[in-house]
Design a protein around this ligand. Structure first.
Ligand SMILES: Cc1cc2nc3c(=O)[nH]c(=O)nc-3n(C[C@H](O)[C@H](O)[C@H](O)COP(=O)(O)O)c2cc1C
Length: 189
């Protein structure tokens, strides 16, 4: 069975809702369906959602990829689906992912900056931008618990503090007890 790869860009039709557990709720549902179905059909790939637009990359058996793409194109949750890459593939490159999700990331922002783009508009990506985007998704740690970089930084801050005041107090008390114990033992000898 021949393998193929496919990438497309589209625009979400839903009104973005507040992020829950690191992901926009509509996108979370799409991701859930995708993972459930793609595993069964041995399809792999990645999904990026930003500025209300999608970039999706798929790999798998040609028949399965094309059948899924027909379904995806008819999905009312997005519109203006533009095929960016469609071609043969020797072997799959997203081995562990039925559908990897990459949250809005600083890497993509850098990619956009480099190409002078002010927002995530994948429909206008040329071939090399698409390849960079795919590589970025492939190499990303893909932690779907994080939505965007700002949130990642805010969340990281509490962890940056090594010891809380309560813990320091506890340690001082424990040290005092140990020293007291040692002094008492020394005195009784
Ligand atoms: C942006 C986007 C990406 C999607 N990606 C996938 C996918 O990778 N796999 C999949 O099965 N469905 C995907 N879907 C959902 C399909 O369009 C369709 O709703 C789903 O495959 C139907 O699944 P069901 O037959 O289990 O109801 C995607 C939808 C959107 C809007």
């Amino acid at each position: 069975m021949p393998l193929m790869r496919l990438a497309y860009a589209s625009t979400a039709t839903f009104e973005a809702e507040p992020v829950k557990r690191g992901i926009e709720p509509h996108v979370a549902r799409i991701l859930m369906e995708s993972r459930r179905n793609n595993v069964k059909r041995q399809l792999v790939g990645g999904l990026y959602y930003g500025d209300n637009r999608f970039f999706q990359y798929l790999e798998g058996e040609k028949e399965a990829v094309l059948a899924l793409y027909q379904r995806i194109k008819a999905d009312p949750r997005h519109r203006d689906v533009v095929t960016l890459i469609e071609g043969p593939l020797e072997k799959t490159t997203f081995t562990d992912w039925s559908m990897k999700y990459v949250p809005l990331s600083a890497d993509v922002q850098q990619l956009l900056n480099r190409y002078g783009l002010r927002e995530f508009a994948p429909a206008s990506f040329d071939a090399s931008m698409c390849e960079e985007m795919i590589q970025l998704i492939r190499s990303s740690r893909g932690d779907q618990k994080l939505v965007n970089h700002d949130e990642a930084e805010t969340r990281a801050q509490p962890q940056a503090r090594v010891l809380s005041p309560a813990m320091i107090g506890g340690l001082i008390l424990a040290a005092a007890c140990v020293i007291g114990g040692l002094v008492a033992t020394g005195a009784s000898l």
